[in-house]
Design a binder for this molecule. Sequence first.
Ligand code: ATP
Length: 235
Amino acid sequence: MALLSVNDINVYYGAIHAIKGISFEVNEGEVVTLIGANGAGKSTTLQTISGLLRSKTGSITFRDQNISSIPADKLVSHGLAQVPEGRRVFLQMSVEENLEMGAYTRPNSEVDPGLERVYDQFPRLKERRKQVAGTLSGGEQQMLAMGRALMSSPKLLMLDEPSMGLAPILVDQIFEIIQRLHKAGTTILLVEQNAQMALSVADRGYVLETGKIVTSGTGSALLADESVKKAYLGG
Ligand code: ATP
């Protein structure tokens, strides 16, 4: 049974038909990636799942419940956490305060154990827990945004372009963290322009082109696919 099931969604920005009838699934424990060029509809898809945009058709089922009309701010307590593109941490607040904000849907008794777990996954954040988030490097801010999302103990973690704007060495670190979270059992839906890295860590992937899924398969099958190589992997 799928943890998340997206069934025939169509999303518009005014007259622009951005998502044209896509369907896909994420099973428990999987890392699934959506790849595609600029403007293919990756972020729009994530924002529709997280309730910030609405589909005109179809349904989105999460943990056996149709969540298509649940407001975005209620979905966190259903177990859905999103790390938005551009990270958006609270720049004036410390690392630890940012993490605590991520636990706002959880009972107080879960905050300290949550911090422990996140600091285990991200020792760098522990070192810098009193530092103001605005002075962190881009990679550290990405770690903080991921840590903050994990504080809600999500059943599904959605990451929107975690590698964006990061130097190659930090991109490697972020993908190592994704692999670690995967090994620890976290289910992840990963949106990326860096198809090579995303497919390397993903169990399965879907290729989006102008609002439609054109190909899907295991990460390794897509890495070996000639048309995927040509269009997204630099030949
Ligand atoms: P990127 O990797 O560049 O973020 P993407 O695959 O995430 O691209 P989306 O941001 O989902 O793509 O955009 C899908 C389509 O919807 C694009 O044609 C884009 O121009 C359009 N679009 C996105 N946001 C808006 C908006 N607020 N108003 C109008 N059109 C939009």
